[in-house]
Design a protein around this ligand. Structure first.
Ligand code: AMP
Ligand code: GLY
Length: 442
């Protein structure tokens, strides 16, 4: 009898060991962020099978790309159950807002992503403001409106510039910094007129904050958190921070603007109080939390939360973390962050986005990209694909942001020089990029 019990225990231990050692991982998304996560996770021997839905031409070289509607939780769940998936990593924000992680977690599928309720920290600007109010986290003063006329009345008495924001998800486009009354009125009219769909049913109007922006990333397991440190994005399309706002034209990590002291302040005054308020409300946050900060006179204020990795910030973090990324993701899912550690090398990573000419306004798809094979990829340099697909024997652009040239070196300057050298070897006439990624830190 005793021996039978022992056998069972041994079998169970072997089962867990096997589960831990042989993981089939599914990554949801199709951008450079997801390519970099796939690349990092694949280096960890715990990952033995890797799938990505829907993926792209770059991801297809290192993982099986699957046709799945990633916003349909039932569809994803069935695929996971039929294919023995052990871990799902959700890249973009849409599946979170559709509650995909809730459906997967309810089916006992380990999932690295916050719940739908917790991801309101990104999907509702008003919700985040209310959380900040409840715990007195520093952020811009604001008012909110569910009616156009009242919002317009409000801006008649406001100081400019002012920031007008659609409450909901608007693919990064629902924020207008209005320098004067007519611009603010136009933004309000567009938002209530359905320009951003339902996202504009409520509008938040904020005081304009001056300062320098940085992104801080933390992992949270509901109770504990661990900081990933910072990265800095370049939001404008053209050199010198000119041109329209984009999803991000390049990033680097670490970033000197986010000193240890400012990071500590941001964690103690903004992130910890907000996470504890979420716990109090019964919606503990699990996953990666991205705090957009505005820093002035050594004091950080919250611009926004995102409930996912930034894109392209993720690419530089993944390049610096490598295989560790999977251990940290597992520690988050298994609520072990209290004992987790990140080992950073004394290194710098940079990523330069190559986008299709015309991005972010109007651009064609389908142009051929050559020369990608000229770069030998290794742990210090990779061309992550953000919007590509295979077309016969060719690789063609299938989106606005298309390639992320990502390098790592002992100095930012060296990483930057190498990344621009790689760009010279890529033959893609329809593409463009910024020449000054990293300028603030250099
Ligand atoms: P968000 O989508 O909230 O990150 O806003 C997009 C960008 O608009 C931010 O990265 C900032 O550059 C800018 N922004 C948003 N809110 C403010 C604010 N209150 N003051 C100054 N700039 C802001
Ligand atoms: N790079 C900005 C974002 O991911 O929202």
């Amino acid at each position: 009898m005793l021996s039978c019990q022992c056998d069972k225990v041994i079998l169970r231990l072997l089962y867990y060991k096997a589960k831990e050692t042989f993981l089939h991982i599914l990554i949801l998304g199709s951008g450079g962020r997801e390519h970099s996560i796939t690349w990092a996770v694949k280096q960890n021997p715990k990952c033995t099978k890797l799938s990505c839905a829907p993926g792209n031409a770059g991801i297809a070289k290192i993982a099986a790309c699957i046709e799945l509607n990633i916003n349909d939780g039932q569809h994803v769940k069935e695929w996971c159950l039929n294919n023995n998936v052990d871990l799902v990593i959700i890249g973009p924000e849409e599946p979170l807002a559709y509650g995909v992680s809730d459906i997967l977690k309810n089916a006992n599928i380990t999932t690295f992503a916050p719940s739908k309720a917790a991801s309101k920290l990104e999907s509702s600007k008003l919700f985040t403001k209310e959380i900040c109010d409840s715990c007195q986290a520093p952020t811009a003063g604001y008012d909110y409106f569910d009616n156009k006329e009242k919002a317009i009345e409000f801006i008649k008495k406001s100081k400019f510039p002012i920031v007008v924001k659609a409450d909901g998800l608007a693919a990064g486009k629902g924020v207008v910094i209005a320098s004067e009354y007519l611009k603010a009125k136009e933004a309000i009219t567009e938002m209530f007129g359905g320009h951003y769909g339902q996202a504009g049913n409520q509008v938040v109007i904020e005081e304009f904050m001056e300062g320098e922006e940085a992104s801080l990333f933390v992992l949270c397991d509901g109770e504990n958190l661990i900081s990933f440190g910072g990265a800095q994005d370049h939001k404008r399309a053209f050199d010198g921070d000119n041109g329209p706002n984009t999803g991000g034209m390049g990033a680097y990590s670490p970033t000197p603007v986010l000193t240890k002291e400012i990071e500590k302040k941001a964690i103690s005054k903004i992130i910890k109080p907000c996470l504890s308020e979420m716990r109090k409300r019964g919606i503990p946050y699990e996953g990666v939390l991205y705090a957009g900060l505005m820093i002035k006179d050594g004091e950080p204020k919250l611009v926004e939360f995102n409930t996912r990795f930034g894109d392209p910030e993720c690419q530089v973090l993944m390049m610096r973390l490598g295989a560790q990324a999977l251990d940290l993701i597992l520690a988050t899912c298994e609520k072990r962050l209290g004992n987790a550690k990140i080992t950073w090398a004394d290194d710098h990573a940079i990523t330069i986005v190559m986008a299709t000419k015309g991005y972010p306004i109007k651009y064609d798809k389908g142009s051929k990209i050559s020369g990608l094979g000229n770069t030998s990829e290794n742990s210090n340099q990779v061309i992550f694909h953000a919007g590509t697909k295979n077309h016969g024997k060719d690789i063609v652009a299938s989106g606005g942001r298309v390639l992320n040239i990502t390098t790592r070196a002992s100095t930012l300057k060296e990483a930057q020089l190498r990344a621009y050298k790689i760009i010279e070897s890529i033959d893609w006439k329809e593409g463009f990029y910024r020449n000054d990624i990293g300028w603030r830190a250099l």
